[in-house]
Design a binder for this molecule. Sequence first.
Ligand code: NDP
Ligand code: A1CAB
Length: 272
Amino acid sequence: MAAGVHTVAVIGTGKIGELMLSGLLRAGWPAGKLMATARRQARAEELSQRYGIRVVDNLTAVAEAEVLAIAVKPQDAATLLDDIGAKVPADKLVISLCAGLPTSFFGRRLPEGTPVVRVMTNTPALVDEAMTAISAGPHATVSHLALAEEMFKPLGATIRVPESQQDAVTALSGSGPAYFYLLVEAMIDAGILLGLPRQVAHDLIVQTAIGSAVMLRDSGEHPVTLREAVTSPAGTTISAIRELENHGVRAALLAALEAARDRARELADQNK
Ligand SMILES: NC(=O)C1=CN([C@@H]2O[C@H](COP(=O)(O)OP(=O)(O)OC[C@H]3O[C@@H](n4cnc5c(N)ncnc54)[C@H](OP(=O)(O)O)[C@@H]3O)[C@@H](O)[C@H]2O)C=CC1
Ligand SMILES: O=C(O)[C@@H]1CCC=N1
């Protein structure tokens, strides 16, 4: 695929599709080179008013866009592909954002030779801090991967992984923001338990999360080293850590991420 700004259509513009569109617009992708599709008229109008882009039906997107980004739920993908699959010209690049579904799922429903790239991004795309993992599927060349990267780099960090790792990636970074939000929510409640006003507890924990995240990214130190620096002998932190270990937080995280990985596999098995 030649270099330059391609016409991109997001097929199924819900939460992730909208994050992708808005990120591309922030990055300077021309609105005239973006299209979206939606299942409901009210949603179509909302998207066209909010972003000034064309909201078209799926078949128009297939005919006119050079890149098709499929952002429907995995459970809706087969129905979508039944409608559009055979009509996708084999020179289009299809990018799947769907959790669980392997590129072979798309390969079976698209004309022979259609390049497919599988992507797993996450919701911090809203603030250009996404983590996006990109894998080549059948017929995807180096230049298709480079184009996918060009589209997701403005939304945050990108990494290339073998497709065999995408279910694990989904469990870690795809679902990851939810784990951090759950932790923050629980720690705010703990602040309430300790008698702090909710807003104060919120502000303390959110800034602590931001500071900790920036140190994890920028200090070059291992998380163990950073944690040890906070943990004074016979101090407060080790008392809390003993409770976390007593309650099996580490084991819970191992089991939770394994469950997320297994659910991604199940989605593939249930949507063959
Ligand atoms: N949410 C997240 O954090 C992440 C999600 N993903 C993946 O992204 C995909 C989308 O997830 P998410 O954005 O959360 O889900 P949403 O339900 O918010 O978005 C999916 C959208 O697709 C629309 N849709 C379904 N079928 C069609 C169709 N045939 N034609 C046009 N539009 C259609 C839906 O319409 P309607 O509004 O009528 O339902 C909905 O707006 C999933 O595959 C998910 O696995 C990946 C990474 C992170
Ligand atoms: O929960 C889900 O299935 C999607 C995929 C990764 C994040 N959200």
